[in-house]
Design a protein around this ligand. Structure first.
Ligand SMILES: [Zn+2]
Length: 197
């Protein structure tokens, strides 16, 4: 997705609902709850700090904010991200430069310097690890989740996240879907996207 657009994604684990009735017999839910909803916000944009964090705080909710390390909103407002993390919001890894596959339709906005189709797996891995170092310097944490820029998984047919997955708790994708806890694929969690609706 275009990183300039505000975006919220909700990854939902269902334990008990009409939609999950078929799977209910095999799923005990999640930590004895009927479901878990994770609210995630991508791309480190001003509206996250201006509107989203205060709104979540006012409702005593916590969100996951997938930060692009090179975003000027990280540079300019680093202290605010740090304070948000201290209140329990997660700073997730959305890579250093948000590389997306520029060969796909509607990707004319992808810059040649950060076109995933021109990356090596090693470069993608290096930039993800560098972003983890940056995020650790901001929040002091070592356990965090990852979100695939644009939901793109592959470089020349290779899933680059496979090389770093042991360094993350989970990864969020962009495919829509409600999952039972037993069905959840931690390497590429389904979600529902809200973008301008
Ligand atoms: Zn993004």
């Amino acid at each position: 997705m275009n990183p300039l657009k505000p975006l919220v994604l909700a990854a939902i684990l269902l334990g008990s609902s009409r939609l999950a009735a078929q799977a209910q017999a095999t799923s005990p839910g999640w930590n004895n709850k009927q479901c878990a909803v994770v609210l995630t916000y991508d791309d480190a944009i001003d509206v996250d700090l201006d509107n989203v964090v205060p709104a979540l705080d006012s409702a005593k909710l916590r969100g996951t904010f997938y930060l692009i390390g090179s975003s000027p909103v990280v540079t300019r407002r680093l202290g605010e991200w740090r304070r948000a993390a201290q209140r329990g919001h997660e700073l997730g890894n959305h890579t250093l430069f948000h590389p997306c596959d520029g060969r796909l339709p509607n990707r004319s906005w992808v810059s040649p310097d950060h076109d995933l189709s021109k990356y090596t797996v090693g470069r993608a891995v290096d930039e993800i690890r560098a972003n983890n170092v940056l995020l650790n310097a901001i929040d002091g944490k070592t356990a965090r989740t990852f979100a695939y820029p644009c939901g793109d998984l592959l470089i020349d047919g290779v899933n680059y996240y496979d090389k770093v997955k042991t360094e993350f708790v989970a990864a969020r994708g962009v495919a829509p879907g409600l999952l039972t806890a037993a069905q959840a694929k931690l390497d590429n969690m389904d979600c529902y996207s809200i973008n301008g609706q």
